[in-house]
Design a protein around this ligand. Structure first.
Ligand code: ADP
Length: 171
């Protein structure tokens, strides 16, 4: 049984994250999505809600577990019996930070491997931050996040201010 841990803040989960999880299931038997509490990032959603959003997205798939964690990632992975940490690498801008993290994790626990997966071209620009930014100003985020997340954002920021022609065409 090959288990991977996919750690992140997921504030909130986007379709870019979902794509990585779905693709990783072709390589790993099980994926545990580990939602970091990340208080320093002052998340918009509580860790419980962030976990719930992901659980809802994978409700029918027993290969995906979702948990929160608040400890050293390598210790958490070891306790879960996972030897792989999964990360998505969107652009050059992600690279330096991701390399630094992967090398630090390797130093802390040599037996853990970080595996980077390519994003979908469709979601390469997508981040939780940009989704929140758009929703704050009434932008339509449908097609970028699961529908229940879109609804949760609209409850906080109000409904989007109209639909542009690209999103209406599903682009
Ligand atoms: P963190 O706070 O740890 O960066 P995030 O929730 O922002 O957590 O991201 C978790 C992981 O998902 C990171 O490896 C990030 O690069 C990756 N990721 C984020 N958005 C996308 C996307 N649109 N496509 C692919 N991977 C992504």
């Amino acid at each position: 049984m090959k288990l991977a841990i996919y750690p992140g803040t997921f504030d909130p989960i986007t379709n870019g994250h979902l794509y990585i999880i779905e693709r990783s299931l072709a390589i790993f038997d099980n994926v545990t999505v580990a939602v970091a509490k990340s208080p320093k990032k002052q998340p918009l959603f509580s860790v419980e809600r962030r976990v719930e959003f992901i659980r809802q997205a994978f409700a029918d798939d027993p290969r995906v577990q979702v948990e929160s964690f608040d400890s050293l990632l390598v210790e958490y992975a070891r306790a879960r019996g996972a030897s792989v940490v999964l990360r998505g690498l969107r652009a050059v801008s992600d690279f330096e930070y991701e390399l630094q993290m992967a090398l630090m994790n390797k130093k802390l626990e040599n037996s853990i491997e970080t595996v980077f997966m390519m994003p979908s071209l469709r979601y390469i620009f997508l981040s939780s931050t940009i989704v929140k930014e758009a929703a704050t100003f009434g932008g339509d985020v449908s097609g970028l996040v699961p529908d229940h997340v879109r609804v949760a954002l609209a409850e906080i920021f109000g409904p989007p201010h109209g639909t542009n022609s690209d999103s209406a065409r599903g682009e």
